[in-house]
Design a binder for this molecule. Structure first.
Ligand SMILES: Cc1cc2nc3c(=O)[nH]c(=O)nc-3n(C[C@H](O)[C@H](O)[C@H](O)COP(=O)(O)OP(=O)(O)OC[C@H]3O[C@@H](n4cnc5c(N)ncnc54)[C@H](O)[C@@H]3O)c2cc1C
Length: 377
């Protein structure tokens, strides 16, 4: 069986690794001229690390990243409102949550894939059913025939737009800045993710390697993202804890990445005949619970198991059955957390903070238990 994968993001690369390990040959087609290092970090939660453990990548990811044993929501002065202790899940699944530079993760995945064909500078423009499967056309004029296609081409997926047109992208009306900086965090923050919630804004930071900190900051906008400028970022977070102000100050402005936050309104059809969607192309989520890539990584694992076990149509149908409910749950929970984090009304903020303080550990644990549990196949 040969499978063509559109997109060499975390989802596409992990799927190719998982399929190759099952003896299924893949070719990847990626629009970018080169796989560029994104100047940001990523948190690979326990569920993603369980998959990378199965794929033989856990050790190298751990060596290149930094373990995170607690996820905290705090006030702008970094006083905790809620703390999720991850050590329970570390013991339960024998894997840690790892924060890592995206560039390092990409390199680890690509190195593992050698000698799989990664065709760069191949932007898919159309996919049409043909006599022998599918005809794929690329912007560079190339045309290929393919028997089976996996669309791993992200939020604005061409595969999805061409074959599954009934879906919509939702703008969360939040602008997000991301940066990586050389910074020596106080020792108590080194194995924690801290996210400080303010008024319609928040700031998160985490160590990704020795003296390297990845941070992200979000603000709600009314009409469009131009209401805010990167030049004023220090001012926006001027009344936050000194550590946060120092992190921003230590980052070169030209290295800060700016994006608007969107997701895909949950959609119930992820496959049609011999074409299937994975990752953000199937279920893009807002980043509020740090699960977008983790869900793409789970897709890769489940889909490869299904393709190993069943013929194509049954494999795609089983994959959707196993993955869709959880992926949608993540999209919905994440959207809600985004709304809660960006409340503006001081009374509602006070109530929310009180609720966060009073939520029992057992409730937080139960929610994360569901997210960190992989599907049984
Ligand atoms: C601010 C922010 C923070 C985040 N933090 C986390 C986190 O801590 N943990 C986490 O798990 N997730 C996080 N996420 C989510 C995560 O980044 C995504 O869910 C994940 O990258 C999705 O992977 P993917 O491979 O499905 O899609 P993508 O990463 O979007 O990859 C798609 C690939 O397809 C290529 N492509 C697109 N169109 C075409 C085409 N027509 N032809 C050929 N190639 C094409 C693209 O160039 C790209 O390489 C975050 C997201 C944001 C925005």
């Amino acid at each position: 069986m040969n499978i063509d994968i559109i997109g060499a993001g975390i989802g596409g690369l992990t799927t190719a690794i998982a399929l190759e390990q099952k003896g299924i040959k893949t070719r990847i087609f990626e629009q970018a001229e080169q796989i560029k290092e994104v100047g940001a970090g990523i948190i690979l939660a326990n569920n993603a690390m369980q998959v990378y453990d199965k794929l033989g990548l856990r050790k190298i990811i751990e060596e290149n990243g930094n373990p995170i044993s607690s996820m905290n929501i705090t006030k702008s002065n970094l006083k905790p409102l809620s703390k999720i202790d991850l050590s329970y899940f570390e013991q339960k699944h024998n894997t840690k949550n790892i924060a890592i530079h995206r560039g390092k993760l990409q390199k680890i995945l690509i190195d593992k894939l050698k000698p799989t064909e990664i065709n760069l500078n191949n932007k898919l423009t159309s996919i049409v059913k043909s006599e022998n499967g599918y005809e794929l056309n690329f912007e560079n004029g190339k045309q290929i025939q393919s028997s089976t296609v996996i669309g791993a081409d992200g939020l604005n997926s061409v595969v999805r737009q061409k074959l599954f047109p009934n879906n919509s992208i939702r703008n969360a009306n939040q602008i997000c800045w991301r940066g990586v900086t050389e910074y020596e965090l106080p020792i108590n923050f080194r194995n924690e993710l801290n996210e400080a919630w303010g008024k319609a804004e928040r700031f998160g930071f985490v160590q990704i390697a020795e003296n390297k900190v990845y941070w992200y900051a979000l603000k709600s906008f009314k009409k469009n993202a131009n209401e805010f400028s990167i030049n004023n970022i220090e001012q926006y977070f001027g009344d936050y804890n000194l550590v946060i102000k120092d992190i921003i100050k230590s980052t070169k402005k030209e290295h800060i990445n700016t994006a608007e936050i969107s997701d895909l309104k949950p959609t119930d059809i992820w496959f049609k005949d011999n074409v299937c969607l994975i990752g953000d192309s199937a279920h893009a989520t807002t980043p509020n619970i740090g699960q977008g890539a983790c869900q793409a990584i789970e897709d890769a694992f489940v889909l490869s198991e299904c393709l190993h076990k069943y013929e194509i149509t049954k494999a795609f149908s089983e994959y959707q059955k196993l993955r869709l409910p959880k992926a949608h749950q993540v999209v919905k929970a994440s959207w809600l957390v985004g709304k809660m984090a960006h409340l503006k009304n001081p009374i509602l903020i006070g109530l929310r903070n009180q609720m966060l303080r009073l939520t029992p550990t057992s409730v937080n644990r139960k929610q994360n238990d569901l997210i960190f549990q992989l599907a049984e196949i």
